[in-house]
Design a protein around this ligand. Structure first.
Ligand SMILES: [Zn+2]
Ligand SMILES: [Zn+2]
Length: 117
């Protein structure tokens, strides 16, 4: 699940902030992770001569931010066991036999309640 999620994380980071988004494959809504500031954003602007150093720190912090975003997304997204798509809680239904995405549940006429209405 974690590797599926990280492959769906889209990088929306700026030089100041790290942020990632995930798109629900059923409703198409984007979810954005909480943005995490780059700890050296100001120094990086002031000290152009150390650009490579700050670039390296940036990359390291971005990796961490990506992991955190993955953890956060994990609480909001599920993988449908039938179509294998990554779906948001509003599109993921708790059904009697197995939890399914809205589209699969509808096709199989499986009644269920969304995880997050
Ligand atoms: Zn959705
Ligand atoms: Zn499905």
């Amino acid at each position: 699940m974690m590797s599926l999620l990280s492959s769906h994380l889209e990088d929306c980071s700026t030089p100041q902030y790290f942020c990632f988004s995930v798109r629900c494959e059923v409703c198409g809504e984007y979810w954005y992770s909480s943005s995490i500031p780059f700890s050296k954003a100001e120094q990086a602007i002031q000290h152009q001569e150390k650009k490579e150093l700050y670039d390296a720190i940036y990359q390291r912090e971005k990796e961490r931010a990506k992991l955190a975003a993955g953890q956060e997304a994990r609480e909001r997204f599920s993988q449908c066991p039938v179509c294998r798509r990554l779906v948001c809680d509003a599109c993921f239904l708790i059904c009697d036999e197995m939890d399914l995405c809205r589209e699969c549940a509808g096709r199989m006429q499986e009644p269920g309640e969304p995880v997050a209405p």
